[in-house]
Design a protein around this ligand. Sequence first.
Ligand SMILES: O=P(O)(O)OC[C@H]1O[C@H](OP(=O)(O)OP(=O)(O)O)[C@H](O)[C@@H]1O
Ligand code: HPA
Ligand SMILES: [Mg+2]
Length: 178
Amino acid sequence: MKAETIMPLYSARAIRKRVAELGLTITENYRETQQLTVLCVLKGAFIFTADLVRNIKVPCTIEFLRASSYGNMTSSSGEVFIQHDLDISNKDVLVIEDIVDSGLTLQRIIGELDSLGPSSLKVCALLDKPAARRYPVTIHYRGFSIQNVFVVGYGLDAGGKYRELPFIGMLEQITCSS
Ligand SMILES: O=P(O)(O)OC[C@H]1O[C@H](OP(=O)(O)OP(=O)(O)O)[C@H](O)[C@@H]1O
Ligand code: HPA
Ligand SMILES: [Mg+2]
């Protein structure tokens, strides 16, 4: 029998502190911008985006894009399903991701958004897993760099579970004798 445990990695307090720092840096870098388009990548980035935008002191328009490739698995299916109804022509766009793992999702999103003619396109990711990267991508604002482990909480899921946790933890599967 398999059971799951979660080993805490970043507490709610540590996340709050880092999100505030990111907000300050982003505010500084966009201080001349009239209206920043913040693009939340659903579902994983919904909590991070909600917290981050309250730390960005520049007028924002919040938009959403749906990207999915993991489904119920802990490794990428290799295909990314993307859905949106964006009009970002001539807009300053900041893409918000919860995690960049293989890089496939972000690479596909950037390809799609580039074709829509934004005036600038940058990426903010809470978590970066550089050891897992297979598709090169640029992350302009990074919360934490983590090892090659599967993490959950603060928006991140495993098969749809654990998004609601206020902290980020490593998912561990243990085999129990029954
Ligand atoms: O760098 P990659 O290997 O592509 O992995 C990163 C992507 O995978 C997760 O999305 P997922 O497909 O699980 O959808 P979800 O956000 O709805 O959970 C995560 O939220 C990122 O968007
Ligand atoms: O480590 C992860 N956790 C949750 N979702 C993910 N999607 C890519 N990597 C991860
Ligand atoms: Mg997921």
